[in-house]
Design a protein around this ligand. Structure first.
Ligand code: ATP
Ligand code: MG
Length: 607
């Protein structure tokens, strides 16, 4: 069930290339008018050199013949008018074509960006846990731009140039085949060199793109853990690590640049050889009267136009090679399955019980069984507690309940229905959790609270905050509910953050409630203060509480005790204390601590 996270794709460039272009065709099937527009533009462009030939030939035939002056002038004016019309028309058709392509590619780019961002949201939890934020952002960012880069480059640069090139060849061969052959003599060498170097560059570029993603991943990780870096004065160390990665990657990137530099130099050398060759040929032909000066002008222009498309094509080829490497990564993400959501039943309420049935689980990234054959039942409205040493699997049990992961075998059932049979949306909308690590959006307090339920009123938000004992604090802030929480919630204390999370859970109005170390960031006094809030929150709801501070759970209806992924006991506090040496040891260990502080316990049994 573990999904492999694709790093280096094994898919041919051609397939990727045509896949991108195919996307635009599928948006708008009738592209014929676009190509017609392009064809008109290309014909107009290609016919331009012919005007030079006409100009020069007319000029040559009228030199030293004053009697032809008027006739020549009229002819010149006619040709010039035609030329202007032709140039204006070619600009007009190309602008229209460019505009249409922009519209088309933009539509596709928008759809692709949406699909990729939706996919990011829906990928299985394991993918997100196993990759860095920076790396993920980079893949997304570069990946979606490839649509623009490849499609636009192909339609607006490559395609017109290829057509111009073909038409120029036909035109040139029609006018003077021998001259045309001579004009082209170095081209095959150039194409072969470009293709060979390009292939090698692509291989290198794919690896370098992977390396850049790793750098962004590491960099993002560093920014996330900036507090730790500062606290332990590891800025230099961190900069060195990132610096070394950049050093290594830049060297690799430079190797690719060097390849292109050699190719440029080779291109210039070939161009020079070509110029010498054709100049000799032209002189020979003119001296032998086999070419007019007009023909010479025509071929000089033609040859220039043939080589300029070739240069554009070579540049585009380089860029496309790089873009394809980026595209393949985001494409691989899009190929991954979403988190499983094949259920069709709508979950509304828990009527009788929630059951874990012979559940066994290991995380996708690790074969080790974290939970083994776990079975127990929680009745509707019960407040139960999961207790066990750290790493015993308590949080994992709740992560299976939230369907962040799927069991290897066994199931979790609600009223006899496997929770996988419910649609994720209907199921999760009836669940709320306050976890060990609370995260908040970098937005206002109000936004963070209203986020969990559509249509919640401000009064309901205030009431939830009052119950979570955070209202006074919020209203004491200068901007009240409109205070920005700050990137990575730095502006709030751990306790404030956790009380906000409690208020958020109250607003969500869940059927099933999970409190995983929900009060761990609160001092004993505050914990006591929000006791009522918890009791109100848990009233009528099936609740699972996880807490190392055993005072918090001693009045739970039932306590389930876990040890190394197995359930080793269950019962009320007194029953377990009497029957389980492990539980007894845990309680006794805290004896002088919170268990004795009876007045400070959450009165779960009374709710
Ligand atoms: N995403 C993950 N990938 C792989 N292993 C994991 C992952 N999350 C947790 N584990 C492992 O699963 C085991 C159970 O972890 P879990 O978080 O469920 O323990 P816990 O009982 O909640 O511990 P604590 O009391 O410290 O919160 C641990 O050994 C942990 O290392
Ligand atoms: Mg835990």
């Amino acid at each position: 069930m573990a999904q492999q996270i694709p790093i280096t794709p094994q898919i041919s460039n051609w397939k990727l290339f045509f896949e991108i272009l195919g996307r635009q065709v599928s948006i708008r099937r009738s592209l014929w008018w676009l190509f017609l527009l392009l064809f008109v533009y290309v014909v107009l462009v290609v016919s331009e050199p012919y005007f030079y030939k006409l100009f020069v030939d007319t000029l040559q035939s009228s030199i030293g013949k004053p009697e032809l002056f008027q006739q020549t002038s009229v002819f010149f004016m006619q040709i010039s008018a035609l030329w202007i019309v032709l140039v204006l028309l070619s600009i007009g058709t190309f602008t229209l074509y460019d505009f249409a392509i922009n519209t088309l590619v933009n539509t596709d780019w928008k759809a692709f960006s949406l699909a990729a961002s939706r996919k990011m949201m829906c990928l299985p939890m394991d993918y997100h846990v196993s990759t860095n934020i920076g790396e993920r952002q980079k893949i997304y960012d570069r990946g979606i731009d490839t649509i623009w880069n490849v499609a636009y480059t192909v339609y607006v640069e490559v395609l017109p140039q290829i057509l111009i090139f073909i038409l120029l060849l036909i035109f040139g061969f029609y006018i003077n085949p021998l001259m045309m052959l001579i004009s082209l003599f170095v081209m095959p060498i150039g194409v072969v060199i470009s293709m060979t170097v390009g292939k090698r560059a692509h291989m290198l570029q794919k690896n370098v793109s992977d390396l850049w993603d790793k750098i962004f991943g590491r960099f993002g990780d560093g920014l996330t853990n900036l507090g730790i870096i500062r606290l332990y004065a590891r800025e230099k160390h961190e900069s060195e690590i990132v610096g070394n990665m950049i050093d290594y990657t830049s060297d690799k990137q430079f190797q690719i640049r060097k390849l292109w530099c050699f190719l440029n130099a080779g291109g210039k050398l070939l161009e020079f050889i070509w110029k010498v060759g054709v100049t000799i040929a032209w002189v020979f032909f003119i001296l032998h009267g086999r070419m007019t000066l007009g023909d010479l002008f025509f071929f000089v222009t033609l040859a220039g136009r043939i080589y300029s498309p070739l240069q554009t094509l070579e540049n585009s080829y380089r860029n496309i090679i790089k873009f394809l490497a980026d595209f393949s990564k985001v494409r691989n993400l899009l190929e991954m399955s979403d988190e499983p959501n094949s259920g069709s039943k709508i979950f509304t309420a828990l009527e009788k019980s929630l059951t874990y049935n012979h559940l066994t689980f290991s995380y996708p990234s690790n074969d080790r069984e974290v939970l083994r054959d776990i079975s127990f039942e929680i009745k509707k409205g019960q407040k139960v507690a999961f207790v066990g040493h750290t790493g015993s699997g308590k949080t994992t049990l709740t992560q299976l309940l939230t369907r962040f992961y799927e069991p290897i075998s066994g199931s979790i059932e609600i009223d006899g229905v496997d929770i996988r049979e419910f649609t994720l949306e209907s199921y999760r909308s009836r669940l709320a959790a306050v976890f060990q690590d609370t995260t908040l959006f970098n937005d206002t307090i109000r936004h963070n609270l209203e986020y969990v339920r559509d249509g919640v009123t401000f009064e309901q938000i205030r009431e939830a905050c009052r119950q979570a004992n955070i209202l006074e604090f919020i209203e004491g802030l200068e901007k009240g509910f409109d205070t920005e929480v700050g990137e990575r919630w730095l502006k709030l204390s751990g306790g404030e953050k956790q009380r906000l999370a409690i208020a958020r859970a109250i607003i969500a109005d869940p059927e099933i409630l999970i409190l995983d170390e929900a009060t761990s960031a609160l001092d004993a006094k505050t914990e006591r203060l929000i006791q009522d809030a918890f009791n109100t929150l848990m009233e009528g709801r099936t609740s699972i509480i996880i807490a190392h501070r055993l005072s918090t759970i001693r009045h739970a209806d039932r306590i389930f005790l876990f040890e190394k992924g197995e359930m080793i006991g269950s019962g009320s506090h007194d029953e377990l204390y009497a029957s389980s040496p492990v539980y007894r040891e845990m309680v006794d260990y805290q004896k002088n601590g919170f268990v004795e502080e009876k007045e400070n316990t959450m009165s779960l049994a009374e709710t």
